[in-house]
Design a protein around this ligand. Structure first.
Ligand code: MN
Length: 298
């Protein structure tokens, strides 16, 4: 490549259009943006699955909506609150509330049992709710490590400018800033907001996995691909290059990047392990109470 010449654009491997929605419990009306049953888990690695609860208005309610006690093992759940509030409680004693702009990074690892609910205040008040939940895989050597909980409030998330976009870096080093999340493998996660129509142009580590999810509005990616709200782009890991997003005013995208783990992925319900035997063990350990339980009467 000649000096001063710009790196070519990274090709798109897959464009997944917005999918049908389904309820998770009674609080989360989501579309599954990607999952190992829809795309080759090796192409997604280190990411496993992502659900988007697009903006939706909930009426005031006396009770809290959400999803009750359930387990996880072998990976991390990362919850991004964009509108509304979520309360979380788990069997390791972790818990908390996240609101607009906040992120909860929960490492389930060897196993937790938790519940995820709209907050009491939000339930009583009602209003618009929007959330993303991302599942990040753990390498085999860390699947049975101790659970951990990182509550990342919006004021700790590093802001940056990228072309015409305002960025917020949750994890990794990018655009001269460092994200607050501690990750177990190299991961970069940020969102981009375009107040006015414009362009953002960037490069990520060659050989890494890059996914771009359109949270709001529309844009053109890599000069040719038209992307609308709810769509997902998977870029070609084997042909690194620039990522170029030309967005309309008000557009918002979430960018996920990470080093592939290169290990077998066996995902079953709330467990993500390397072998079927480990899944059977996880089910047994949950049923026999080894992942703990939530205190009752709260
Ligand atoms: Mn969960």
């Amino acid at each position: 490549m000649k000096r001063g010449e710009k790196q070519s654009l990274q090709p798109v491997t897959a464009l997944v259009r917005s999918r049908e929605k389904h309820w998770v419990g009674d609080g989360f009306f989501v579309s599954t943006v990607f999952s190992p049953s829809q795309l080759d888990p090796q192409l997604l690695s280190p990411f496993v699955l992502m659900d988007h609860a697009a903006p939706r208005t909930f009426e005031p309610s006396l009770g809290r909506r959400g999803v009750g006690e359930h387990p996880h093992r072998g990976f991390e759940t990362v919850t991004f609150a964009y509108a509304g509030e979520i309360e979380h409680r788990d069997s390791s004693g972790g818990g908390g509330r996240i609101g607009p702009g906040d992120v909860q990074w929960m490492t389930a690892a060897s196993g937790v049992v938790h519940e995820e609910m709209h907050s009491q205040d939000f339930s009583a008040r009602g209003g618009v709710f929007e959330m993303v939940q991302l599942w990040v895989n753990l390498p085999a050597r860390l699947k049975m490590s101790a659970p951990r909980y990182q509550a990342i409030t919006h004021d700790r998330i590093a802001g940056f400018r990228l072309g015409d976009a305002a960025g917020r870096l949750v994890a990794g080093r990018f655009a001269g800033v460092e994200g607050p999340a501690q990750t177990h493998t190299p991961i970069t996660v940020f969102d981009l907001q375009f107040e006015a129509a414009g362009t953002a142009d960037f490069e990520l580590e060659p050989g890494s996995t890059t996914l771009v999810f359109q949270l709001r509005g529309a844009m053109r990616a890599q000069d040719v691909t038209r992307v609308s709200q709810g769509d997902l782009l998977l870029l070609d890991r084997d042909r690194p290059g620039r990522v170029k997003l030309q967005a309309e005013a008000g557009a918002r995208a979430l960018v996920l990047n990470g080093e592939p783990l290169g290990e077998p992925v066996v995902a079953h319900g709330p467990f993500v392990m390397n072998t079927r035997e480990q899944i059977v063990q996880a089910m047994h350990d949950y049923q026999s109470g080894k992942m703990g339980h939530l205190d009752r009467g709260v």
